[in-house]
Design a protein around this ligand. Structure first.
Ligand SMILES: Cc1cc2nc3c(=O)[nH]c(=O)nc-3n(C[C@H](O)[C@H](O)[C@H](O)COP(=O)(O)OP(=O)(O)OC[C@H]3O[C@@H](n4cnc5c(N)ncnc54)[C@H](O)[C@@H]3O)c2cc1C
Length: 312
């Protein structure tokens, strides 16, 4: 059903952002198609919203049409699990643990929905969403046609996929995973370990959108700075040095602007400590980029997505 002027901060882990001009929540494939037709009829720019855990939404909101695919299928047949794009990763993991199916434990504590994880091939602790994917079903935004792609055709790459390359031109509806039979207790313990690690390292006590900048590949570090900076290299899955360390060495830990603060606990997070605005966050992001460039001659690139909207 079409809704108007819906606050997006309620749908974003940052709790930041103005309203969407139009908002459409779709529980089924045909609901999604109806939503796409409606967006076309209204001639409104389209944005697909998952769990809103990787997004910075502008204070003025989004003047277009937000489609939220809330397809919640979750079924098992043998070792095959089919999950809807709207299923949260935590619900998916709870399901696999209950069904004693192993293979997704690496995703313990990963926020967001399956749709967002597939689009960005989300990964952590050496695992990636693509690892146990068999196929993905999506809908072409322009034609409304359904595509079912086998894993290879999804062009999964480091934090990328064909869905990201096509940049909002396809709505992910559902994915099929192939998992392995396991022990319920061991699966739960594997998930819990990752959740606990995240709680100990990340400032989860404040609204946030995870790491703001990508880690820096070792081969992008200027030769003159390698001796000083290249140590304790992390494999992510290519060799990188953590951006959090650069931000810390630039003396920016705990720096705040308005209601936003560069986390003391993990300096690659900018946390919403007190009713921060998107402007506050953008100011801190610019400061971090500027200082890291000045001090280390390194250009940081954003890991989070900024929802842009130009009024025509
Ligand atoms: C505390 C914290 C820790 C995090 N840790 C990690 C981590 O370890 N590894 C990692 O990779 N990420 C991490 N993230 C980032 C984020 O959780 C992931 O990128 C997640 O997969 C985003 O999913 P989402 O549903 O919230 O997507 P959203 O933020 O809603 O959207 C992200 C993008 O996906 C698109 N999208 C969403 N759903 C669909 C769909 N159904 N069809 C087509 N496009 C869609 C959106 O249009 C947008 O472009 C972390 C975030 C937080 C807050």
């Amino acid at each position: 059903m079409l809704q108007e002027n819906v606050s997006l901060s309620a749908y974003a882990s940052y709790k930041i952002g103005g309203p969407a001009r139009f908002f459409w929540r779709a529980k089924t494939t045909s609901d999604i198609r109806r939503g796409l037709k409606e967006a076309k009829r209204l001639k409104a720019p389209l944005f697909i919203l998952g769990g809103g855990t990787n997004l910075l939404i502008p204070d003025k909101g989004f003047g277009g049409f937000v489609l939220k695919p809330d397809v919640m299928t979750l079924t098992r047949r043998g070792n095959i699990v089919t999950a809807g794009a709207g299923v949260s990763i935590s619900d998916l993991l709870e399901f696999t643990a209950k069904e004693a199916l192993s293979g997704l434990e690496w995703a313990g504590g990963l926020p967001g929905t399956l749709g967002g994880a597939i689009r960005g091939n989300a990964g952590a602790f050496g695992g990636e969403t693509k690892d146990s994917i068999v196929r993905v079903k999506s809908i072409d935004v322009r034609t409304g046609k359904i595509a079912v792609r086998k894993k290879n055709a999804c062009r999964f790459n480091y934090r990328s996929s064909i869905f990201k390359e096509r940049n909002g031109k396809e709505v992910i509806v559902e994915a099929v995973f192939s998992l392995k039979p396991g022990e319920r207790k061991a699966i739960r313990a594997g998930i819990r370990e990752k959740v606990e690690y995240r709680h100990s390292r990340h400032p989860l006590e404040y609204p946030n959108i995870g790491s703001i900048f990508k880690n820096v590949p070792v081969d992008e570090i200027p030769r003159s700075r390698r001796k000083e900076l290249v140590r304790n290299v992390k494999t992510d899955p290519i060799p990188v040095i953590p951006t959090a360390r650069l931000v810390s060495q630039a003396g920016l830990r705990g720096v705040s602007f308005g209601g936003a603060m560069i986390s003391v606990k993990h300096p690659n997070f900018i946390v919403n400590v007190c009713e921060a605005s998107a402007k506050d966050v953008v100011a801190l992001m610019s400061l971090v980029k500027h200082e890291v460039r000045k001090k280390f001659s390194i250009r940081l690139t954003e890991e989070v997505e900024l929802l842009h909207w130009e009024e025509s």
